[in-house]
Design a protein around this ligand. Structure first.
Ligand code: 13P
Length: 266
């Protein structure tokens, strides 16, 4: 079993990684690890996660009461969101919250990452839902995530960021990497004007692999409906974009063509 000291060191290491990879700015983001049914380690509030040391990590109970830690530091203001996960999902032992730019862009646009696009993403994070906006540090966020965390280990938080859950800290962190990597590729495919969605048959084969590999955690099944082709009537098939208020595939294609034409003139 990993000792409390080793877990504190790992939290510091993962904090460094999320900061170095640009998943958080300034003092954003928070990380927790469950020690047992009563005790949780949390990052301190208002500190850069890229510059922590083990002395800053605080041990709290499931209601947020400090058990031990340097009195100079207070527990994350978002600890309630993490506690909600531990209450709802006894199989989860670590939670990472960050604001990675591509995933957060989808969260701001209100577009869930729910299409079957990349094999690893289909297997590891599945269809990533978007939880309704809530005021940070209040019960609005735990209330907003409650339904989603029942079926998903990766979530977008509307106008806020992303949340990943894991059987251990590395597992939760790796899901954050997979989420951001997927979001950046989907974003770029949209800019290129086309996104080929893997068909249901392929998705089902991947889901079969997931059970063979015994991958822990929960995922929602991704959407294998193809994107509408450029010559099909608008709205002929559901797209990754919401029906109202979103930029259509045709608009993106037109803008891309205009930009390419401009670049070609230079
Ligand atoms: P804390 O520093 O209190 O953990 O909050 C950071 C954050 O990202 C809030 O969303």
């Amino acid at each position: 079993m990993t000792s409390e000291w080793e877990l504190k060191k790992l939290i510091v290491e993962i904090g460094k990684r999320i900061w170095l990879r640009g998943y958080v700015a300034s003092n954003d983001g928070n990380i927790t690890v469950k020690l047992n049914d009563r005790e949780i380690l949390t990052t301190p509030t208002g500190m850069s996660k890229g510059f922590m040391d083990t002395d800053m990590i605080i041990k709290v109970d499931i209601n947020g009461k400090v058990i031990s830690g340097n009195p100079k530091y207070r527990p994350s203001s978002e600890a309630k969101m993490h506690f909600e996960v531990y209450k709802e999902r006894p199989d989860v032992n670590a939670v990472v919250h960050a604001h990675p730019p591509y995933a957060t862009s989808f969260a701001v646009a209100g577009i869930p990452l729910n299409k079957c696009v990349l094999p690893e993403a289909i297997i590891v994070i599945g269809a990533v839902p978007t939880a309704k906006y809530g005021l940070p540090s209040t019960m609005e966020i735990p209330d907003a995530i409650r339904e989603h965390i029942k079926n998903s280990d990766a979530l977008l938080l509307e106008n806020h960021g992303a949340l990943t859950l894991g059987s251990d800290l590395l597992n939760a962190y790796h899901k954050m990497e997979t989420l951001e990597h997927t979001a950046s590729i989907v974003w770029k495919a949209i800019q290129l004007g086309n996104m080929n969605v893997l068909p249901a048959y392929e998705r089902d084969r991947l889901m079969e692999l997931r059970s063979q590999f015994n991958i822990p955690g929960r995922i929602a099944t991704c959407d294998a409906t193809p994107m509408p082709s450029s010559d099909s009537p608008a709205g002929a098939a559901p797209s990754a974009m919401p029906a109202s208020g979103a930029v259509s595939e045709k608009t993106i294609r037109d803008i891309t063509e205009r930009v390419i034409a401009k670049l070609a003139k230079k």
